[in-house]
Design a protein. Sequence first.
Lengths: 313, 313
Amino acid sequence: MSGTLRPHDGPPAVLFAPHAPRVSMRAAVEAGGGRVVTDPADAEALVWLAPRDPDGLGPTLAAGPAIRWVQLPFAGIDPFIGHLTTEHTWTSGKGVYAEPVAEMVLAMLLAQLRHLVGYARATRWSGPVGTNLHGAHVVVLGGGEITRALLPLLAPFHCRVTVVRRRDEPFAGADRTVGLDALVDVAADADAVVVAMALTERTRGAVDARVLAAMPDHALLVNVGRGAHVDTDALTAALAAGTIGGAALDVTDPEPLPEGHPLWSEPRCLITPHVGNTPEMGVPLLEARVRENVRRFATGGPLIGLVDVAAGY
Amino acid sequence: MSGTLRPHDGPPAVLFAPHAPRVSMRAAVEAGGGRVVTDPADAEALVWLAPRDPDGLGPTLAAGPAIRWVQLPFAGIDPFIGHLTTEHTWTSGKGVYAEPVAEMVLAMLLAQLRHLVGYARATRWSGPVGTNLHGAHVVVLGGGEITRALLPLLAPFHCRVTVVRRRDEPFAGADRTVGLDALVDVAADADAVVVAMALTERTRGAVDARVLAAMPDHALLVNVGRGAHVDTDALTAALAAGTIGGAALDVTDPEPLPEGHPLWSEPRCLITPHVGNTPEMGVPLLEARVRENVRRFATGGPLIGLVDVAAGY
């Protein structure tokens, strides 16, 4: 696996599967110096358009022996683990949607801190509730592009930011960076815990009953990662018992969250249907990424969003 | 009226009315170099603690002939217009609460743009809705401290900001500044209109049916100024007809908004009960301002938050 591919003679041939691309996506390939083909046998690159559906990927690759690079459409590629061959170069949408998702994190933090969720549900004037984000201690799980996009949004609020990541390498802009094994410790004085990491076997269930118990009773949980990062039953219990201050979940486990699930009627829980980026926001961003990666593929430049097959993200 | 008062011999005598101060407020006066007195006849300064109630102010001033300075507790002093004597120096809480209120504006903008109000009211998984704040055109009515505190919060979103103020003097950090008479023009391509100005005879009803009609059908109205800045009936009609995208009102007219008012059941309206700053947020901020103004009063420095009696704010 390598991010740098040999320069091409002529425009690289790009296949879209499992369905044809939009006109604007086709234009993005051409703007990047590529050409769209429809027969796998002609293809050198594949853009896979089904973000949660890896079925058909194997047969497509088998039918396209000249395919060397596969672009996946989402940042989270957990459904594709087990399908990542080592003879292809894989890129994901990592970083593509970071700005809208970071904006969603701030929206959710502020909505919960300023009690907007409760006020939105009220049908009459009520008393003052709310806390400032200004000066809060925000613990962010994940050292990726969402975190990179989030820190500038938090900067004017003079928050103290702790980044929790696989390794404790310093993260630019954070006040401190710790490894995932220190999560319980840093959660203990968090005003908010934000989950913004990739789902791997290492991070699955990271926000468990122990972490929730460590959080102060005013602290918020925000999840824009994957539902399976959080133990849903433990979270439901913590909210019901009031041992944490509230939750804002853009992803759930199970997802979609079934009708009648107790979190739908939990006063301190906001659930949004996986809209950290909506198609309306995301499609132009993905097209821009495809255009740039096709350009790099054509000229032998390093591709953006390379998947680390061994790490699984 | 002057912001600079003669230096005192000894600690200036500060009276609180119409009720006694909290322990922490008393400590703030002492930390500023003053002393708290309880007899108006002894007082050189008055801190008036009833933000919406000017009754009793006149008799208190009449009983305190040595009172030269009056500190009012809120930024908006519209209930006190008509009570502002020219023989006293008046200061308001202007700027004191700007940071929490600016934070509230951002919270409301993001909550409405990202459809969090709608999602908060949902009881099941639904489809993707939402727009980014990133790159939006935000029209801010008011060239005061809230606007000054808001612009740095908007900066990371690369918004285009138009400030509308009494005069069209440039406002630092805004892309352009226009006078109030240009409001209809600039509202016509706004993604959001934010009301953050003082209520005066000039600004009352500024957001009327004409302005609402000029706004694009996706545009949001956010009001953290005073309810009377907005024509409530015209707003209710615009929301019902869908000629604007939504509203977030921290202040209403009438206020409190009566139970059963159609805005309570309007899907695209968020109402919060005047909590741009809550007492929990605001009290420490006001105490810090009182401490600083007492220190300045004691040493003859210019007071902060001077009221322009003629302009009424």
